[in-house]
Write a protein that binds this ligand. Structure first.
Ligand SMILES: [Zn+2]
Length: 164
């Protein structure tokens, strides 16, 4: 599995915070991280511990999000509602969980902190997700099978692996 960041988040602080969290995830939990830079707004990203690609929102949408059945089931808005606003693709700043078959199994639909969107949407934000999994990936998902978790399970309900 790997974690993909569709960069750059509009707000520089968010962008830099996401990069810090991705580096920490790689170092502390051995999670593979990569970046699709679809909206380059901030500084170059040197010495990132994973692949950094230049891409476009259209390419990423076609490859990862559009007509993705797994994603349709794991996120609240459909991918077309979540990543197209007023007919324009709005993907940068989000992160995605990608399985070994290169299928996105889950993606955030709100890039930053929940404050700007109103209550009850924390789990849809990239920032909340990254901050929680930087503490322990099993706060949100099983690293073995990418099953989404509530955070208080001892064993993955899907594959049975013990969660730490
Ligand atoms: Zn599992």
């Amino acid at each position: 599995m790997k974690l993909c960041y569709y960069a750059d988040a509009d707000i520089r602080e968010w962008h830099e915070h996401i990069l810090r969290l991705l580096r920490a995830l790689h170092e502390d939990h051995g999670i593979e991280v990569e970046i699709d830079r679809i909206d380059e707004q901030h500084d170059p990203i040197p010495e990132f511990p994973g692949e950094v690609r230049s891409s476009t929102p259209e390419a990423v949408y076609e490859r990862d999000l559009k007509r993705n059945r797994a994603l349709n089931q794991s996120i609240e808005p459909t991918p077309s509602e979540g990543f197209k606003r007023y007919g324009e693709l709005d993907i940068a700043g989000n992160v995605a969980l990608v399985d070994d078959a290169e299928t996105v199994q889950w993606a955030s639909t709100l890039p930053g902190y929940a404050d700007g969107y109103g209550p009850g949407v924390e789990d849809q934000t990239a920032m909340d997700f990254l901050e929680e999994i930087a503490i322990a990936p099993s706060n949100r998902f099983c690293v073995e099978c990418l099953q989404l978790l509530g955070g208080d399970e001892c064993f993955c309900p899907n594959c049975g692996s013990e969660l730490r």
